[in-house]
Design a protein around this ligand. Structure first.
Ligand code: IPE
Ligand code: IPE
Ligand code: MG
Length: 233
């Protein structure tokens, strides 16, 4: 079976999963976070080199203060645990998204994670936290505009590659497969530029129930697709 080199996941449905079981939404986030740790192991053990997950969007700040607070506490604990995991298997960690609005202690953990794993090349794990693709593209455009202002380049010099490199995903290859759990069939402002030719897989399974067998189904579906990139094959 052909494995995707880069899988991106919109981990959706924690709240509905918990509600359906009579628990508060926050319980869904706790179990969802647990599942992320387990699925990370599964995915990297399979030999997939790049994994990018959507953990918190720029729009998710609109949720209740209570839910946002619980999510931020989960990220704190999760990101702290991640360093040991990253060291064990030489996984480079990158947190993509805006740094504006995140608590100083979370920023500190993120900086430490990125700094201490920056030379690892075995696997690459991107966590989209306070991430919105339009925000990412806007920040990228500002960087390019600044280069024009400083007369390092002129507008005619702008290439697609330059735009790709200006994004938080910089030198990371585009995802081959995007998975979204829990029934919604939309992108919700995730990797708009990078997903140009990714295969999309939507499943009704909620994120806390998305395990290895469900991942295998997604990879099988990916194998059944005829990938074209616009060319006639
Ligand atoms: C995904 O689950 C996790 C985050 C967005 C942080 P949701 O919280 O969106 O769960 P549903 O979609 O409301 O069920
Ligand atoms: C997308 O899910 C963001 C994450 C999974 C972190 P949402 O649940 O926030 O997206 P919408 O509101 O259904 O579009
Ligand atoms: Mg949701």
């Amino acid at each position: 079976m052909k494995l995707p080199e880069h899988i991106a996941i919109i981990m959706d449905g924690n709240g509905r999963w918990a509600k359906a079981k009579g628990f508060p939404r926050s319980y869904g986030h706790v179990v969802g976070c647990d599942n992320l740790e387990k699925m990370c192991d599964v995915i990297f053990d399979m030999g997939i080199k790049y994994l990018t997950v959507y953990a918190f969007s720029t729009e998710n700040w609109k949720r209740s203060i209570n839910e946002v607070g619980i999510l931020m506490n989960l990220f704190r604990r999760y990101l702290k645990r991640l360093l040991n995991r990253a060291k064990k298997d030489s996984i480079r960690i990158r947190v993509i998204g805006s740094r504006v609005g995140l608590a100083p202690d979370i920023l500190k953990i993120i900086n430490e994670l990125e700094e201490k794993t920056k030379n690892y090349t075995n696997m690459y794990f991107q966590i989209a936290l306070n991430y919105g693709s339009r925000d990412e593209i806007m920040r990228g455009v500002k960087k390019i505009a600044e280069d024009i202002r400083l007369q390092k380049i002129s507008p005619e010099d702008i290439t697609e590659d330059m735009i790709s490199k200006s994004l938080d995903t910089g030198d990371i290859p585009d995802p081959d497969l995007l998975i979204r759990t829990s029934g919604e069939q939309r992108i919700s402002n995730f990797l708009l530029w990078q997903l140009a030719y990714s295969e999309m897989y939507f499943t009704d399974t909620a994120w806390p129930d998305f395990k290895k067998p469900q991942l295998m189904e997604a990879i099988e579906a990916f194998n059944g697709r005829d990938r074209r990139y616009g060319a006639v094959k």
